[in-house]
Design a protein around this ligand. Sequence first.
Ligand code: HEC
Ligand code: HEC
Length: 295
Amino acid sequence: MKARLFIAVAAALLLAGQAPAPTVPDEAAIPAGPAGDAIRRGLAIFTDTRAAAPQHAGNQLRCANCHLDAGRTAGAAPLWAAYGNFPAFREKNGRMNSFEKRVQDCFIYSMNAAPPPMGGEVLLAVSAYAAWLAQGQRIGVSPPGRSFPAIAAPATPPDDTRGRALFAEHCASCHGETGQGLIEGATVVNPPLWGPNSYNWGAGMAQVDKAAPFIRANMPLGSGGSLSVQQAWDIAWFIDGQVRPQDPRFAGDPAATRTAHHNRPWSRYGTQVAGRILGDPTATPPHHTPAGHDF
Ligand code: HEC
Ligand code: HEC
């Protein structure tokens, strides 16, 4: 009886797009000693990237802006669900990626930064924090709550005019009319969604089919799930049709870069939006990945 009830509850949660809450250790349980020091350092990098690893923050974001509640929130690409699933093959670079390489990629694209070196203390600390959060999770199994809850395809092709109006109604109060966020001195109260201080063109969030499920599950902050699926697509389409820093894999011109890295319907890079080519180098803020980096 009990087992049946559990299965029914779990199925209902899954249908509602919410994973059953896993047991993720509390911050107060971080151990003392060298292991605890590394975990705490990883937590600091994750939640206050610009202060804790300034040479690896190329914009006004922090890891936890997207991986909510310090990487704990199911349905916001939580760290505990990721750690045990690396090394893994990624289409993005066509090879096996270690966990450290996966983290480097969020520094390069989502943080628009020079990545911390392989084998260095920054990646070690982030790995220590992720491994600690993942304790008790099964290795090589994608648990419910990983990534963002999948949403249906849009019933109607997403549209900038609808997206702009929905953005003004549901998002601009926090993220600003021009997506610039709310920054008070050194404090980012609400992170920027586009412009020079946001994620660059190579980021997962720059793909409409990643942004839409994130937004649907998690935004407006505190009211995740309140937008319709179509609204989430329209807003994501609008946001990912704005100007943002260059793709670090820039191949000389937007058309060649699109062919090499954005050749899919849910990337608007290299296409014309509101009279301009997205990724046009004369109108696109810079990326900060050093030349010659091996992607
Ligand atoms: C109540 C204020 C608030 C509202 C309204 C809101 N957000 Fe957010 N949003 C935030 C905050 C704060 C974060 C960062 C969360 C954190 O660091 O814990 C965030 C993070 C994000 C991120 C990831 C970080 C980034 O800058 O790219 C995206 C994308 C996003 N919001 C999109 C939206 C969209 C789209 C809407 C409207 C549907 C929206 N938000 C409405 C406060 C808000
Ligand atoms: C602008 C939003 C954003 C920021 C900022 C960001 N990430 Fe991510 N991250 C993503 C997206 C989107 C994915 C892909 C999720 C998916 O495909 O399921 C991702 C994936 C990951 C993954 C793999 C998750 C998995 O389940 O495979 C890790 C690990 C990760 N990020 C770590 C970080 C770290 C560390 C930072 C800070 C240095 C960071 N991220 C900053 C958006 C962001």
